[in-house]
Design a protein around this ligand. Structure first.
Ligand code: GDD
Ligand code: MG
Length: 373
């Protein structure tokens, strides 16, 4: 750090502006598509490249110059405060608001209003891994004097997202949440900047969807909604396939993070993990603290939670292995999700998409898929 004032340049301006911005992070969802992993931990707390996913997002927020962050919690609310405390470890001032019954995305944002101090509020969905320049999003917002600015990205299949067409000036024309025939490939990336007065218009104390109610309502009354389109890394970690991809991309340094516990490469092996001779860890795998990987086993693009055991010569590809789960010798898993403490017997072969619930047990050789079909 230099003792003299920083020269006035773009990045400096951005950081200066963001220091007057508060953040709200929505983390109250149930993470249904990531069950059974989310039975024991809320989605943003699942370990991703060795740390709870939310650590990556909070570190990016801090790196952009924002220090005051309110977490909008509901499902398993206490877990967040137990881990992050007052946020000082990350250089943040963290506050928590709790919805006893979930208020939806809009209600969750509104529920944070009493804690906000700044005139502009950056809101984040808590399950997004993104390389967007947050300063640039804030810039768009201020330069256009927008009521709300939305970070937008283009995706191949927009049906699972909010479709957000814009005009030539970037002004939002419509907000169409999860429609079968979206008119554009441009979607809501789950990061907004709100003028505080507009945020405070959201009804308090009842469930509100920001996507289905607030944004369409604002457009109807002629409010200025601005799109900020960007092409950097972007992924919603809401499904098992996206979760393993996001974690692997972090481990390999393909996805941006200011919070990785180790250098990027083929794998991250956390403290106390034991990797036996001849085991191969490839494609951005993470081996959790105290986990074991047996001799000759291959862990490929997978996330192995703390204390799990992978047997000798097992092959685990694109899968998530829950805490203290056990995978038997010679088992083959592809695209599987194994709950905490579950047991996959020796030589079992589990196909794409199979989910085993916590504590469940498959006997040795009891599940196979046919190679000669
Ligand atoms: N506090 C609170 N209360 N948070 C909630 C609630 C709630 O009732 N419901 C959901 N959330 C949080 C989730 O924890 C998550 O971080 C975020 O809001 C978005 O919820 P998801 O369940 O992940 O929504 P989605 O992925 O189907 O769709 C959303 O994200 C897409 C981008 O990934 C929408 O915003 C889409 O428009 C968007 O395209
Ligand atoms: Mg999501």
């Amino acid at each position: 750090m230099s003792a003299s004032p920083a020269p006035v340049e773009k990045q400096g301006e951005r950081v200066e502006k963001l220091s007057g911005v508060d953040a709200v992070v929505l983390v109250g969802g149930q993470g249904t598509r990531l069950r059974p992993l989310t039975l024991s931990a809320p989605k943003p707390m699942l370990p991703t490249a060795g740390v709870p996913f939310l650590t990556h997002l909070l570190s990016r927020i801090r790196a952009a110059g924002i220090t005051h962050v309110v977490l909008g919690t509901s499902y398993k609310a206490s877990v967040f405060e137990e881990y992050f405390g007052d946020g000082s470890r990350l250089g943040l001032e963290l506050e928590y608001v709790v919805e006893d019954t979930p208020l939806g995305t809009g209600g969750g944002i509104r529920n944070a209003a009493s804690r906000l101090r700044a005139e502009h509020i950056m809101v984040f969905n808590g399950d997004i891994l993104s390389g967007v320049d947050l300063g640039a999003v804030a810039h768009s917002h201020l330069d256009n004097d927008a009521d709300v600015t939305l970070h937008l990205v283009k995706v191949a299949d927009p049906r699972a997202f909010g479709c957000v067409p814009t005009d030539a000036d970037g002004r939002v024309l419509a907000f169409l949440e999860k429609t079968e025939n979206p008119p554009a490939d441009q979607i809501n990336a789950g990061c907004y900047v709100f003028k505080r007065s507009v945020l405070e218009e959201i009804p308090a104390d009842r469930p509100v969807s920001v996507e289905r109610e607030t944004f369409p309502g604002l457009l109807e009354r002629g409010a200025r909604l601005q799109g900020h389109v960007d092409t950097s890394y972007w992924l919603d970690l809401g499904t098992p396939a996206a979760f393993v991809k996001g974690s692997a991309d972090l481990v390999r340094g393909l996805a941006p993070s200011d919070a990785l516990p180790g250098p990027t490469g083929e794998a991250i092996v956390l403290d106390g993990a034991l990797v036996r001779e001849g085991a191969k860890l490839v494609n951005g795998s993470t081996i959790g603290a105290g986990a074991q990987v047996g001799p000759g086993a291959t862990v490929d693009g997978s996330v192995v939670f703390d204390g799990a055991v992978i047997g000798a010569n097992a092959v685990v590809t694109g899968s998530v292995i829950g805490a203290n789960a056990r995978i038997g010798d010679g088992a083959v898993l592809r695209g599987a999700v194994i709950g905490d403490g579950a047991v996959v017997g020796a030589r079992c072969e589990l196909l794409e998409g199979l989910r085993l619930w916590p504590g469940a047990s498959l006997a040795d050789g009891s599940v196979r898929f046919s190679h000669d079909a």
